[in-house]
Design a protein around this ligand. Structure first.
Ligand SMILES: CC(=O)Nc1cnc2ccccc2c1
Length: 446
């Protein structure tokens, strides 16, 4: 209701003045279009989610990195018609520099790897959790920012890297209470499309653009996709060949289409074999229609999905062995994934598995009269030094109020600093879980 009132107020007090204030002089209290505020209750959920991300990355021995949200625009300028670069949140700064709010984390990772060059011990296993931006005409009312968890492995050419990344994704799903009946991961390789396009004589230069268009198959009607491919110069016969390859649903069938010595078949066969070893093979679905919408993928690609098919991709990733070269550096094999903070929350909500972490403290400390406030502050410091979270009541309150306050804070204990006990070097400790109290000598208090 509070939020509704706040929103109502901004609606009622429509921002009419050029000063951006309502007619009552109140500033617009809503966040900028397409962005979110995180009130404490939202922040507790976000901290829980990011804590799960970080716990998985740590369990896999990855190191955390970060980079500025603001990057040079050139990091993201690619000519493959991707949505993510079409919607770049870019601008010219006051130094006439072309800059952009990062739409993804991978190019920044590549920049840091290039910055370290040969001094970077390989393989490098890095993770990040960072805010990413896009600029959409508000016609679509979609969000303009989200937080993304990324895990990347630099320096491993074999699909062992992708198998490890998929294991991390499955580990996350299990940790948050999702099973292979709730979600799965579609897996394919861009080498499938590459082989088919080569068979039909499509030049390699068009490859990335074809992938970006084919990726739209689950968002656009088929004739629109065919139209975009035709515009790109892909003849109808080729389109039919591509689309029939994407409808394959088994590696046996794929092997028949691409031949026994196809790299795509070898990679995928090996990947499923490794998945068996990890024990998550049943979470995987081979699906050659998965190409992902980022131009730089070169091999295995994958995306997490909800088995009910109600939501957009939960996460996505793959191999991208040529990104460092695209930035003018020496190539190194790279593979990674991005995992956004929006779809997973929608899914957990739907499954009734979204936690609602409560605000709580260990102790509430109350001086029972103002003369004892310095003593109470000392008690609070002592408890805090011992690692307890303490809410020190800062105004002069009666016992009854303190009790209710401690209950609201889900406190474990209420520590009362009263004159008679204090004279004997003691405080009263009420255990709020077990409904008993005792007088405790200050030196024994933790
Ligand atoms: C569901 C959702 O919030 N998606 C979202 C929101 N903001 C973004 C910003 C940049 C790139 C991708 C983005 C994706």
């Amino acid at each position: 209701p509070i939020k509704a009132v706040a929103e109502a107020r901004t609606v009622v007090g429509k921002i009419t003045e050029p000063t951006g204030r309502t007619d009552k002089g109140l500033i617009d209290t809503q966040p900028p279009r397409g962005t979110r505020d995180f009130f404490p209750e939202d922040m507790r959920l976000r901290n829980w989610l990011f804590g799960e991300f970080a716990a998985v990355s740590t369990a896999f021995g990855f190191e955390q990195f970060d980079a500025p949200v603001l990057e040079s625009e050139e990091l993201f300028v690619r000519k493959a018609g991707e949505e993510i670069t079409d919607q770049l949140y870019n601008f010219e700064d006051k130094g006439q520099r072309r800059v952009a709010l990062r739409p993804e984390l991978t190019p920044s990772l590549a920049r840091l790897v290039l910055q370290r060059g040969r001094t970077l011990p390989l393989p490098a296993k890095w993770f990040a959790i960072g805010q990413c931006w896009r600029y959409e005409r508000m016609t679509r009312g979609r969000r303009r920012e989200h937080y993304q968890w990324n895990m990347d492995i630099v320096g491993v050419a074999g699909v062992e890297a992708e198998a490890e990344l998929l294991a991390a994704i499955v580990t996350f799903f299990e940790r948050v209470g999702l099973s292979k009946d709730d979600v799965g991961v579609k897996v394919s390789s861009r080498k499938v499309l590459q082989s088919v396009l080569t068979q039909y004589g499509v030049p390699p230069e068009s490859f990335a653009r074809v992938c970006i268009i084919v990726d739209k198959l689950d968002k656009l009607p088929r004739d629109k996709v065919e139209e975009e491919l035709r515009v790109l110069g892909v003849p109808p016969a080729t389109i039919d060949g591509v689309l029939s390859a994407l409808s394959i649903r088994s590696l046996e069938e794929l092997s028949r289409l691409l031949g026994p010595d196809s790299e795509a078949v070898a990679d995928l066969t090996r990947l499923f074999q490794l998945a068996e070893g990890y024990g998550y093979k049943d979470w995987l679905v081979f699906d050659p229609s998965v190409v992902r919408g980022l131009a730089y993928y070169t091999g295995i690609v994958f995306e997490g999905f909800d088995r009910e098919g109600k939501l957009r991709a939960i996460c996505g990733g793959g191999r991208y062995d040529r990104l460092l070269g695209a930035f003018g550096g020496d190539n190194a094999p790279m593979a990674g994934f991005g995992f956004g903070d929006a779809v997973i929350v929608e899914l957990l909500k739907e499954k009734g598995k979204l936690p609602a972490p409560p605000h709580r403290v260990d102790d509430v400390v109350v001086p029972l009269d103002t003369a004892l406030r310095p003593a109470a502050s000392g008690i609070a410091s002592r408890l805090r030094r011992a690692g307890r979270s303490v809410d020190l009541v800062l105004e002069n309150k009666k016992m009854k109020w303190a009790f209710k306050h401690a209950e609201k804070l889900n406190a474990s204990r209420l520590v009362l600093v009263g004159a008679s006990e204090w004279e004997r070097g003691k405080v009263v400790v009420k255990d709020l879980a077990k409904f008993h109290q005792e007088e405790v000598p200050v030196e024994d208090l933790i």
